[in-house]
Design a protein around this ligand. Structure first.
Ligand code: C2E
Ligand code: CA
Ligand code: CA
Ligand code: CA
Length: 279
């Protein structure tokens, strides 16, 4: 019999098959894309409370020859599952090092921080420190004003191991920030053990800051946490002037979001900071 639920089940199954096929296709193509240079990095500027650039987050992009732009949320997720994130993450880190080297060569009048996203798998790989050290040495990078972003949920997967890894990374000279703060299993007890430098307030709370009291309360609580633990703080996904004003009123001093800048090419980012910060 053709019940409504039966039809749903068929559609659901077709949907699942379509998804499985797409995942398989993207997995195969990702491997080719890495050798064909179809990935590239962009930079999203971060600003202080005067709107002046203080840094940028580096974000990966994939322009698929047939499917066009694939969202990193989609392909990074697949790469995490298949393990391809390890070579991809290494490529990302190397690209980031090249950016950092070019940035350092600009001799700007103000220090500009570049942030790199580390995936959970990459962070927990046994030889992370050796691999990172090898790339730094290969390109003769001075590890200064380089921030590594790790999601809150990644850090909480294994707090003891995370503490050891973060400590080792900081010893090399990296700064470490907690990405997507507030979306994990936020518990204050773990925070005091994590030797991190910065918290990034997740966009989901910023978006609702003027609409929902609970989001505003989470932002306020996060700022209090940052002050208590002496951590830097940046608000992510700031899209409107109203959000900026509320965040500023609450004491926020660093911002990243479309209201200021969308992700731009590395070249445009360099032009922007050169314009602002050369004598
Ligand atoms: P994320 O690390 O939280 O990065 C911030 C995301 O928010 C970026 O999306 C950025 O373009 C977007 N964004 C920034 N400001 C706004 C805003 O005002 N409004 C809205 N709606 N969005 C804003 P993107 O580039 O699509 O990246 C999505 C996620 O994919 C990232 O979230 C990160 O988890 C992952 N990802 C991106 N690049 C990399 C990478 O190089 N390595 C790793 N491991 N993950 C990456
Ligand atoms: Ca991030
Ligand atoms: Ca984030
Ligand atoms: Ca600090």
């Amino acid at each position: 019999a053709k019940t409504a639920t039966g039809t749903c089940a068929v559609f659901y199954q077709q949907d699942m098959e379509k998804q499985t096929r797409r995942r398989y296709l993207l997995d195969t193509d990702m491997r080719k894309a890495l050798t064909q240079n179809d990935f590239f990095m962009v930079a999203q500027p971060q600003v202080d409370d005067n709107g002046h650039i203080i840094g940028a987050e580096l974000l990966i992009r994939w322009n698929h020859s047939e499917l066009g732009n694939i969202a990193p949320m989609e392909f990074i997720g697949i790469a995490e599952k298949t393990g391809f994130i390890i070579p991809l993450g290494e490529w990302i880190f190397e690209q980031a090092c090249l950016c950092i080297k070019s940035l350092q060569a600009l001799s700007l009048t103000k220090p500009i921080t570049l942030a790199i996203n580390l995936s959970a798998k990459q962070f927990y790989q046994a030889d992370l420190i050796e691999r990172i050290t090898a790339i730094i040495n290969k390109h003769q990078i001075t590890v200064c004003n380089i921030e590594l972003e790790l999601t809150e949920s990644a850090m909480l997967e294994d707090v003891d191991l995370a503490v050891a890894k973060i400590t080792a990374l900081k010893k090399i000279g990296f700064e470490v920030s907690i990405d997507d703060f507030g979306t994990g299993y936020s518990s204050l007890s773990y925070l005091k053990h994590l030797p991190v430098d910065k918290i990034k307030i997740d966009r989901s709370f910023v978006t609702l800051i003027d609409k929902r009291d609970d989001s505003r309360a989470i932002v306020e609580a996060t700022m209090l946490i940052a002050r208590t633990f002496n951590l830097d703080l940046i608000a992510e996904g700031v899209e409107t002037e109203a959000e900026v004003n509320t965040l500023k009123a609450l004491g926020c001093k660093a911002f990243q979001g479309y209201f200021y800048y969308k992700p731009i090419s590395i070249n445009d980012f360099f032009l922007l900071v050169t314009e602002q910060y050369t004598l």
